[in-house]
Design a protein around this ligand. Structure first.
Ligand code: FAD
Length: 319
């Protein structure tokens, strides 16, 4: 029978490995980057792989149970918001929740599944800031592939030390409670693994988890299986009388309406991107993305305004 495997603690593991190999540091393992049949990796115990992930992920969940800003949805609006917020306020704990495995929402393609992405001026300035190349067509610019924008902003957002993203994690509900003035305030989100959220009809009692924050930014896109989540929940809670519903396509009306309308729609909840078209009843714009960037930036500015004009204690607005 094989001897029982003794699994070292996370902190002991590198040391034990190093001792076993007769070296004083993990970096001295014999490795070889050779592509002629001699490639050799540093040794690893399977449990180390598990613990490397578990320790970081659950520490992150523990820490972010109280966040400064939660962003629901990592489409072009949510990511633009996260970028501007993280850059402007490195002191804030920004937590992005994305229901899909792959973040990016509808920004991996342009219209009708074609790859170029159109952005009207002056939103091209955001592309310049991010370092995304484009062709200038006068009133608008074109990125050769939408994924160039989305992959660039994703890599920048995730590089900020104050940003975390939980993918495959759906917001199932909002925490709504009375604030210090006796007004209804959105004070957090109710979360679950998306695969669980999609299976409430097949299994009973799969309770969710919660994250509290003084400011929630909702960026869940236009209506769809998961889209316009918060706008629809505001209706079912009675905080919004009815959905405005996205109107017919008019690019010239739609883009400024979204950017200029980006705001705290109820205390504690800032709405950005195409979700706002469902809330307010503004026009759809189709595959032109400048309004998503600018609306996300405005949502970040709104979040900073809310935080700067209130007193926050342990994730709650108290004055
Ligand atoms: C094929 C195609 C069709 C388009 N159709 C339209 C259109 O009809 N009208 C229009 O104006 N623009 C349209 N566009 C343009 C563009 O896609 C959208 O305007 C843009 O993607 C909206 O950006 P957003 O960030 O607001 O939302 P999205 O890009 O939709 O991002 C929302 C994100 O939120 C996540 N999410 C949703 N619910 C939850 C939840 N409960 N918890 C956690 N995460 C959640 C989603 O998974 C998604 O990643 C289309 C583009 C394409 C390529």
């Amino acid at each position: 029978m094989a001897p029982a495997l003794t699994i070292p603690s996370v902190d002991e593991a590198p040391l034990l490995q190093a001792k076993k190999n007769g070296v004083d540091s993990q970096t001295k393992f014999e490795v070889l980057e050779n592509y002629d049949g001699e490639y050799r990796f540093a040794p690893i115990e399977e449990a180390q792989v598990s613990r490397a992930m578990i320790k970081r992920y659950f520490n992150m969940m523990y820490d972010r149970a109280v966040s400064d800003v939660v962003i629901i949805g990592a489409g072009s609006a949510g990511l633009s918001c996260a970028y501007h917020l993280a850059k402007s306020r490195p002191d804030l704990k920004i937590t992005i929740l994305e229901a899909n495995v792959a973040p990016g929402g509808g920004a991996w393609l342009g219209g009708q599944l074609m790859t170029p992405m159109v952005v009207r001026k002056p939103a091209d300035r955001f592309l310049t800031e991010l370092g995304v190349p484009f062709e200038d067509e006068g009133a608008f610019v074109v990125i050769k592939h939408a994924a160039l924008f989305t992959s660039t902003i994703l890599s920048k957002v995730l590089s900020f030390p104050n940003v975390v993203m939980m993918n495959a994690t759906a917001v199932e509900d909002l925490i709504i409670r009375e604030d210090y003035q006796g007004k209804q305030r959105v004070a957090g989100v109710v979360t679950n693994w998306t695969l669980v959220a999609l299976n409430h009809d097949t299994q009973s009692c799969m309770d969710p988890n919660v994250i509290t924050a003084p400011v929630i930014v909702t960026a869940t896109g236009h209506d769809g299986p998961m889209g316009a989540f918060s706008a629809k929940r505001l209706v079912s809670t009675g905080l919004l009388k009815e959905l405005g519903n996205m109107r017919g396509l008019d690019m010239n009306r739609a883009e400024p309406a979204i950017v200029n309308g980006t705001r705290e729609v109820v205390p504690g909840l800032i709405m950005t991107g195409m979700e706002l078209s469902e809330h307010d009843g503004s026009n759809r714009m189709g595959p032109t993305f400048g309004a998503m960037f600018a609306s996300g930036i405005k949502a970040a500015k709104e979040a900073i305004r809310v935080l700067d004009t209130h007193q926050v204690v342990n994730g709650k607005i108290v004055a």
